[in-house]
Design a protein around this ligand. Sequence first.
Ligand code: SAM
Length: 233
Amino acid sequence: MTDQESETPKLNFDRLAGLYRWMEWLSFGPYLDRCRRAFLPELADARRALVLGDGDGRFTAALLKRNAAVCVDAIDVSEAMLESLKFRAGAGAVRVRTQARDVRVWTPREEAEYDLIVTHFFLDCLTADDVRRLAERLRANLQPGVRWVISEFAIPHNAFGRWVARPVVSFLYWAFRVLTGLQVERLPDWQSALQAAGFQRATERRFLRGLLTSQLWVLPQSPNQDLATGVRL
Ligand SMILES: C[S@@+](CC[C@H](N)C(=O)[O-])C[C@H]1O[C@@H](n2cnc3c(N)ncnc32)[C@H](O)[C@@H]1O
């Protein structure tokens, strides 16, 4: 453990590792999983994926199954979650390297050459500043064309957002604070953080009336490239 890590507030997701999928199913049924898999077919050509905070590894297992060539680096603060991830990967586990690290104080290896980053329901465990620092650190080691797939909760700007989504998200933060010690209390503005680091949103799919969003972001060839048209502005 680095000095920085020993000073960072401790998180304990270990105790959720065995329960997590059941808690998810009881609260949101199949929707979180649909959200995670929204862009899975588009990822068949990925070769080196960095998967941050994948928890018990259901997305990693699905990616390995769908894409027989991809190798995955999976980083998670919870050893127990990473054990579940390796178990769930089955025969694909030979293509997975895990690291139990706190992403807030972790730096990617310079030679990693990722072409895909995945964060499903993970950026909401970070503050906006944490996400900004993470996006900048990743950006420094990535080549143009890299894709970043993200699933998150969202609060739509309408009555459903006010009366349903906001209380649901507040309840989830309360539950995670009690269960894991998570200090974050609100959804970070991760979209601005990604934009500031030079990423552009390519496409989005929403679920449950906008409570869940799945987005595909790309690091364009040139900062002025318009992803919709491919034109350099
Ligand atoms: C809410 S769970 C989401 C799990 C999974 N990605 C999903 O789609 O449901 C958050 C995961 O991120 C991990 N995590 C939370 N904060 C972290 C941090 N600062 N560094 C590394 N992993 C973290 C937790 O251990 C947990 O596995």
